[in-house]
Design a protein around this ligand. Structure first.
Ligand code: NAP
Ligand code: F7E
Length: 333
């Protein structure tokens, strides 16, 4: 049994990770930040999390990635044996609007947390959620751990800094610090302003007659979209490995935003071309044309392979949105 600290526990991946760790009997501590409205919808919708909060196996603690003293205090109090660092500003387009904040949370926040770990629990295992965005417009396809990095947005630049810090702390201080180079992964718990959730929600609401149009920035970019719970299993395998290292987690398939629309709208009996409107408000100054990951190393060394197909992913997301139409609670599978 581990005493695990999760930053980003209120997010998509953090909620799946907490659910999985609690199911396996671990003690879970989550970092949450202050907001005027509690951001606990994903956790509150999971019965096991509510039960674990009641019996003390899940504890939430206020701290912030921008506040080193809170991170130091939290790590000293909890004394975790495992840390999954999933928190940060992770929206690519928003990172163009908030470049300094993105660098502060996603980049420097990782430095602050690694220092808290080094100074207080140097024997703990540390996992960083890095990203395929570090490859920028990729120099090769598919992308693996050895593909050259060349970020093209502030989010990716901050994540590359964070990934480099993990490597520095591993080498300089001998920390068990590892990273997943994560390609896009989705679920009904995805934030509503990411394209897959936006499309699934739009298709369900248009089919129900609640809306007529779905505004998107572009249909052409292609992404390697996986199922978030599969990716979370991969994170656990990376942190539990014999030695600390970095691994790509990806499906190896790529589909366009238009492909996602086509399938999502077909699921609800509609033709997306009659409802999707291109809107420059959602376009980015620069965008990656295509990502496709090569997770051979994770398969070979960790035995990890994704289990969910693209069609299953789209179907589950659209179904969850259709169910949520009659349910005032947040969409959650
Ligand atoms: P998410 O749903 O956006 O969750 C982000 C989490 O970070 C939330 O819990 C958020 O708290 C927290 N957070 C943001 N700023 C914070 C701050 N200043 N202090 C403390 N907590 C803060 O992200 P996700 O999709 O689960 O992704 C998890 C991680 O994987 C992220 O680091 C992301 O960059 C990385 N990643 C994700 C993908 C993907 O496709 N999902 C791919 C590659 C890498 P609130 O709930 O209070 O906002
Ligand atoms: O965009 C295009 C958009 O915002 C996917 C994050 O988890 O994965 C995610 O980053 C594609 C892009 O994800 C809209 O331009 C078109 O080409 O869902 P997204 P992302 O930018 O790929 C990486 C791996 C991460 O690390 C990030 O944290 O869809 N697109 N129209 C749109 N995107 C959005 N959000 N909204 C649109 O209206």
């Amino acid at each position: 049994m581990t005493r695990t600290l999760i930053t980003g526990i209120s997010g998509q991946d953090g909620s799946y990770l907490a659910e999985a760790l609690l199911a396996d009997g671990h003690e879970v501590h989550g970092l949450v930040r202050q907001a005027s409205i509690l951001q606990r919808g994903r956790l509150d919708a999971i019965p096991a999390c509510a039960a674990a909060r009641a019996d003390g196996r899940l504890k939430l603690h206020y701290a912030d990635l921008t506040d080193s003293s809170s991170l130091q205090w939290l790590v000293r109090q909890v004394k975790p044996t495992a840390i999954y660092h999933l928190a940060g500003q992770s929206h690519v387009k928003v990172s163009f609007d908030l470049p300094e904040y993105t660098a502060d949370t996603t980049g420097l926040g990782t430095l602050r947390l690694l220092e808290a770990v080094r100074q207080n629990v140097p024997e703990a295992r540390f996992f960083l959620a890095a990203t395929s965005e570090i490859f920028g417009e990729p120099a090769e396809s598919p992308q693996s751990e050895t593909t050259p990095v060349a970020p093209i947005n502030p989010y990716a630049a901050a994540k590359l800094y964070a990934l480099n810090l993990v490597r520095v702390y591993r080498r300089a201080y001998g920390l068990f610090a590892c990273a997943g180079i994560l390609f896009n992964h989705e679920s009904p718990r995805r934030g509503e302003n990411y394209v897959t959730r936006k499309i699934a929600r739009g298709a369900a609401r248009i089919a129900a007659g609640l809306e007529k149009e779905l505004h998107l920035g572009t249909l052409t970019p292609r992404r390697d979209w996986g199922w978030a719970p599969d990716t979370v299993e991969g994170m656990r395998a990376i942190l539990g490995a014999r030695r600390a290292d970095d691994y790509v987690l990806a499906t190896g398939e790529t589909h366009s935003v238009g492909d996602f629309c086509e399938l999502a709208f077909r699921t609800v009996g509609l033709d997306y071309r009659e409802h999707v409107v291109l809107d420059p408000e959602y376009a980015r100054p620069v965008d990656i044309t295509e990502t496709r990951g090569d997770a051979t190393k994770a398969a070979r060394e960790l035995g990890w392979t994704p289990r969910t197909t693209f069609a299953e992913l789209v179907g589950r997301m659209v179904d969850a949105e259709r169910e949520a139409l009659d349910d005032p609670r947040p969409a959650c599978d």
